[in-house]
Write a protein that binds this ligand. Structure first.
Ligand code: SF4
Ligand code: SF4
Length: 303
């Protein structure tokens, strides 16, 4: 069994004394696994626009100072979303992160799958659903990934924490679509204005003009999700998988792809626990009382 460290406390208590989080990292021995000049990515979720339950940046300031003091280069790391919103490209995403207070931490904010969520690497896994997984390209140069997860409920996966932050949160847009979708996206005729942008970006020429509409040829589609991001009308529909077990398994395979070849450590913030995840563009209320913060080098044990 792997060790899991725990510091009991409420959201307000940690806000008053965020140094407890540094103490937890020390006890768990995270810093010993880094060396001078290492690039240390703090994997976070900045919260969707209108959401307030994401990890409060004030909790992270002493942690960043601590990693700086070890001679490492900490930075904030995230990937773009599959669906439309304020986090679908790096420009809007960084702007949103700054508006949620992450700019005041004075470390770079790096969106690891590039400007439009297309920068990816292929990780070989040879598992049940995938032989390879598509994950954010910046991961190949990260020396140490500190996965900071806000524990919440989740409508598809039951709850979200370390494994979800790794598997879904570090996948490129294509990787996210491969987890969520069992078939190719579809074009909603009633919303489509025939601009042709989706056909222009499709790398496999899977989007075809047919009489008075565009459609996607399933056999040609590789599920890269670029058509979803460029459509100005939100007319390209994701066919969300209702096979929850399958989604969970696919997410775990992506988490394995990320964790397999790099040093990782995990902190789960079980404070301000909400019923739905931080992707919700609304103010989520606390659903159960605060519990505390967990630290571990094992994503399964910590979850
Ligand atoms: S980008 Fe959207 S609106 Fe334009 S043709 Fe494609 S589906 Fe229709
Ligand atoms: S998901 Fe990618 S491959 Fe499939 S139709 Fe859209 S752009 Fe083309």
């Amino acid at each position: 069994m792997s060790e899991v460290f725990f510091k009991r406390g409420s959201y307000q208590e940690f806000l008053r004394c965020p140094q407890h989080i540094v103490d937890g990292c020390r006890k768990a021995g995270f810093a010993k696994r880094c060396k001078r000049n290492d690039f240390v990515g703090f994997k976070l979720h900045f919260g969707e626009k209108g959401n307030k339950s994401y990890i409060n940046p004030s909790l992270l300031a002493p942690l960043i100072k601590f990693f700086h003091a070890q001679g490492t280069n900490p930075f904030l790391f995230e990937t773009n979303t599959l669906y439309r919103g304020q986090r679908m490209n790096s420009i809007d995403h960084i702007r949103l992160a700054k508006s949620h207070g992450f700019g005041k931490l004075n470390v770079p904010i790096i969106i690891g799958d590039g400007l439009r969520g297309k920068d990816e690497i292929e990780a070989h896994v040879e598992l049940k659903h995938f032989s390879t997984c598509f994950i954010a390209s910046a991961l190949k140069d990260i020396d140490f990934l500190l996965v900071l997860s806000h524990f919440t409920g989740h409508m598809l996966t039951g709850f979200g924490a370390a494994i979800k932050n790794l598997g879904m949160g570090c996948a490129s847009r294509r990787g996210k679509l491969a987890q969520h979708c069992v078939v190719s996206p579809q074009i909603k005729e009633d919303k489509c204005v025939l601009c042709g942008e989706c056909a222009k970006v499709c790398p496999t020429a899977a989007v075809l003009r047919k009489d008075k509409c565009f459609c996607i040829v399933e056999e040609k589609c590789i599920g890269c999700a670029q058509c979803i991001s460029v459509c100005p009308q939100a007319a390209v529909k994701i066919i969300w998988s209702e096979e929850y077990d399958e989604l969970g398994e696919k997410m775990v395979e992506h988490a394995y792809a990320v964790a397999k070849h790099r040093k990782c450590a995990y902190i789960n913030f079980c404070i301000y626990i909400t019923k739905e995840c931080d992707c919700m563009n609304k103010e989520n209320n606390e659903y159960v009382p605060d519990y505390g913060i967990f630290f571990s080098e094992d994503p399964v044990c910590i979850d």
